[in-house]
Design a protein around this ligand. Structure first.
Ligand SMILES: [Zn+2]
Length: 238
């Protein structure tokens, strides 16, 4: 059977169809199909560009040396890698009297710019209770300053230090830090040329800033021209 549409029928049908299209087209879909979320991994940089320095100490008396300055900290008494084989400090931080800290920071900037080298600090200010702990473990004045007398470290005017090259390698100073014996004496000349040269460089650099060494420990330097009381405060840890 052939279905024939008349003209009015066609117009009516077309109008109806257009209306449907308009109505459907104008309606908001009830549910929008969300684009499929692909799980994204957020990369957290291992080293944040900005170091947050916490001020939790008396800044009129002390200055903190952090690795932000380029100085490398290897605070051995905050580990058991020291001559006592015991951890003495609760955490590794380096404080000095401002006059001493400024000299160390200036020296760091100079040797970095001129030679690409850096300072590595093994010890800075040492609270008197820590000095007592050392003495309790090794009560021998040849190796540990008696707490009653007090050390330049207790005054915040001494550092135990070595030099590292541009690759971060320690220069050969002949012995480990805190080696007690003649090999560590600065008066000992019976050592390889390289060692003697490295010790001479360290001593010369420190001396430029008025920081002087001692006979029995190549790593120990203090600012004897300054006066400060022995101190006992202990720094905070996170
Ligand atoms: Zn020392």
């Amino acid at each position: 059977m052939i279905f024939r549409q008349t003209k009015p029928q066609i117009i009516l049908f077309s109008s109806f169809f257009i209306c449907i299209v308009i109505l459907v087209g104008c309606q908001e879909p009830k549910t929008k199909s969300e684009p499929k979320a692909t799980p994204q991994r957020i990369e957290i940089p291992e080293e944040l560009p900005i170091e947050i320095v916490k001020i939790d100490y008396d800044t009129t008396q002390w200055k903190e040396i952090t690795e932000r300055s380029g100085v490398v900290l290897d605070i051995r008494y905050a580990t058991d890698n020291n001559f006592t084989k015991k951890q003495i400090y609760p955490c590794p931080r380096c404080f000095l009297r401002p006059v001493m800290a400024d000299k160390i920071l200036k020296l760091q900037t100079d040797i970095k710019n001129k030679y690409g080298m850096s300072l590595k600090l093994f010890d800075c200010y040492r609270p008197r209770p820590a000095q007592q702990k050392l003495w309790d473990i090794v009560p021998d004045a040849r190796y540990v300053t008696p707490p009653k007398k007090g050390s330049m470290h207790n005054k915040g005017l001494a550092v135990d230090v070595t030099l590292i090259d541009k690759d971060g390698e320690e220069l050969d100073m002949g012995t480990e830090y805190d080696f007690f014996g003649q090999e560590a004496y600065t008066t000992n000349t019976d050592l390889p040329e390289e060692v003697l040269k490295n010790r001479k460089v360290l001593t010369k650099l420190m001396n430029i800033h008025g920081i002087k060494g001692i006979r029995t420990e190549w790593w120990h330097f203090s600012l004897k021209t300054e006066k400060a009381p022995l101190d006992s405060w202990e720094w905070e840890c996170d």
